[in-house]
Design a protein around this ligand. Sequence first.
Ligand code: KIV
Length: 262
Amino acid sequence: MAAPDFVRAKAEGRKLSMVTCYDYTFARLLSATPLDGILVGDSAGMVMHGHSSTLSVKLDLIRMHTEAVVRGANGKFVVADMPFLSFRKGVAAALDAASVLMSAGAQAVKLEGVSGHEDVIQRMVESGIPVMGHLGMQPQSVNAYGGFRVQGRTEDAAREIVRQAALLQDLGAFAVVLECIAAEVACQITRALRVPTIGIGAGAGCDGQILVLQDLLGMNTDFHARFARAFLDGARAVREAIAGYDEAVKAGTFPSAEESYT
Ligand code: KIV
């Protein structure tokens, strides 16, 4: 997959699946699946580093995670997230930041919102950097919302998201993530756009879906959003494996003779 294939998939009525990933080992596992793309999300700040929001994530952190993921992804399409404010300090600074992530091996960047940085998106696209938009609940605006809240609840707010999605398409975005908005609004946007919508908490009508990998694997024991279906009880699998190891060590049955050198 590459950015233009996302648009082609929509035209051909093929759904798109993406997950987040932050490290080499999982990227290698994902590379052997039919998944369409990997996002090195700034959710890394929360999932991998235990922060309560994505605001403290710096460009260098996403660069480091992107390099690790690209090494394992074996050519699978990798999108890197532009961290908080990295695209709000003018076109030149935003291009410098995007260049760091593209040099790390990303094939596209994602950035939240559109109002106030239309020029940045346009220049990135003109410069050959595929841009994925992100509307609805934008985690980098958590303080403005007063918490991680579903967005577009009023008619005006929903209309504004629809307008911004069309604007992102006009500016050249190849796809738009829709996070935590009503399924009806996501459907309306999906019908109106030529580029695919990738939903997370935006219902089944989107052209594709994205989940945080650790949520999908049932490894996040702190918080469970209603849209984050766990396809595995990963927390339990990990706990059982570690308990089995602990028991074997303490019983003296690990390592065995076959697991030892003579
Ligand atoms: O950072 C992230 O994981 C994201 C997804 C939730 C889309 O932006």
